[in-house]
Ligand binder design. Structure first.
Ligand SMILES: Cc1ncc(COP(=O)(O)O)c(C=O)c1O
Length: 388
């Protein structure tokens, strides 16, 4: 059954608000450049033999797809990776499913930050994989905790899935020294690293990917969903070397739908090659700055995060509120927020937090209405007598 309304928003079962303002999902803000990019791209396709693009599977991407991807990857990697290590896939989630099935396997343990991308939980349970949380500090994964967990689990600890840059939901970003420390621990315990850098291209400047510190054991994943278009559905992957990249993602190995859709690859390669991809990213950054400025003027409790190109906010719940009651009060007021505990892996972390994604509201008016509603609920907590 379809659980989305015609607008693409989730249908929420118990709410008098048919169309709540959605701060729960974390998509980039709308960019007018995307419409122009699509219009121009399809006009360009009209002059080419585009029908061929959907005659055959694309699997890991054509050479020119991987060339376009390597150029985009070089923004983060500092230089173009060799094309044999690069592949395209149907989004980061599909890549993670392939990596879990291949390297963690049923019965194995996948280490994650104690607060993680929520989809990791159902995905790992689909494969019979246990998750183990590693403690975090202001820089993300704590290397001491990682070491302890590895010592305790021994060979069962197979891989670490992490987001070293603009972590979801906390926005923590590892320093270069921290990245080097994590790589050292991973090497000592022979851990695979699954690096999800989906937010990593948002800042104008960010530390180099963790994968560069331990390339022999790293799978670097750069999805486009958070920078260019949430539902284009494409992620670029750089594996440790060409043999293993091709072996793990060889089409005959596992029949899931990890492969990129050919028309999507065609569109993305076009965007990255002709420069409009960079224009979209610039416009996403500019709109993010506008939205963050509005949020900090309306939400008095909003901390001033240094990572300013980030459109997800991780906010403390005031003492007077209990998380469930707050989330429900927000929904009753017509706003969906992300409860902090939905990110937690076997921990109480997040129990007094919530996440707001500033990107989904379609315009400033909707954004402001939603933010004002949240601000007034936060302030009303004590007065309305809601207790923890
Ligand atoms: C950290 C993180 N990784 C991956 C994804 C989804 O990636 P994709 O759309 O490429 O499957 C999300 C989306 O919320 C995310 O927050």
């Amino acid at each position: 059954m379809n659980d989305l309304s015609k607008t693409g928003r989730p249908i929420l079962p118990v709410s008098h608000n048919a169309n709540p303002i959605d701060f729960g999902r974390n998509f980039p803000p709308p960019s007018p450049v995307v419409q122009r990019a699509l219009t121009e791209t399809f006009a360009d396709f009209g002059a080419a033999n585009i029908a061929d693009a959907i005659r055959f599977p694309r699997f890991m991407g054509t050479l020119s797809d991987r060339e376009a991807g390597a150029m985009w990857l070089s923004r983060r990697l500092g230089q173009k990776p060799s094309l044999e290590r690069v592949l395209l896939a149907n989004g980061s989630q599909s890549v993670l499913a392939m990596l879990m099935a291949r390297f963690v396997k049923p019965g194995g343990v996948l280490l994650t930050e104690e607060l993680t991308y929520p989809a990791i939980k159902p995905l790992s349970s689909l494969f019979g994989i246990e998750l183990r949380a590693v403690s975090m500090d202001a820089e993300g994964v704590d290397p001491v905790s990682l070491e302890e967990v590895c010592v305790e689990l021994g060979d069962n600890a197979r891989a670490l899935y992490c987001m070293p840059t603009l972590h979801n939901p906390t926005s923590a970003t590892m320093s270069e020294a921290r990245r080097a420390d994590i790589a050292t621990v991973a090497r000592r315990h022979d851990l695979w690293l699954f690096e999800d850098d989906i937010y990593g291209v948002l800042p104008e400047k960010a530390p180099p990917p963790l994968s560069l510190y331990a390339p022999e054991r790293s799978w670097y994943i750069l999805g486009l969903s958070k920078s260019l278009a949430a539902q284009l559905r494409l992620a670029y992957v750089v594996g440790p070397n060409s043999d293993i990249s091709q072996n793990v993602f060889w089409p005959g190995v596992r029949t899931t739908n990890w492969m990129v859709a050919p028309l999507v690859a065609e569109v993305a390669s076009h965007w990255l090659t002709n420069g409009i991809g960079s224009e979209i990213l610039q416009s996403v950054r500019a709109e993010t700055l506008r939205r963050r400025a509005l949020a900090s003027s309306i939400l008095p409790r909003m901390k001033r995060f240094p990572s300013e190109f980030n459109y997800h906010l991780w906010i403390d719940l005031p003492e007077a509120w209990q998380l469930d009651a707050f989330v429900k009060a927000a929904l009753d007021a017509g706003v969906v927020v992300g409860p902090g505990n939905s990110f937690a892996v076997n921990t109480q972390q997040g129990a007094r937090k919530f996440r707001i994604g500033l990107g989904v509201p379609s315009d400033q008016d909707e954004l402001v209405r939603g933010l004002k509603a949240v601000a007034s609920i936060l302030d009303s907590g004590g007065r309305s007598g809601v207790t923890r």
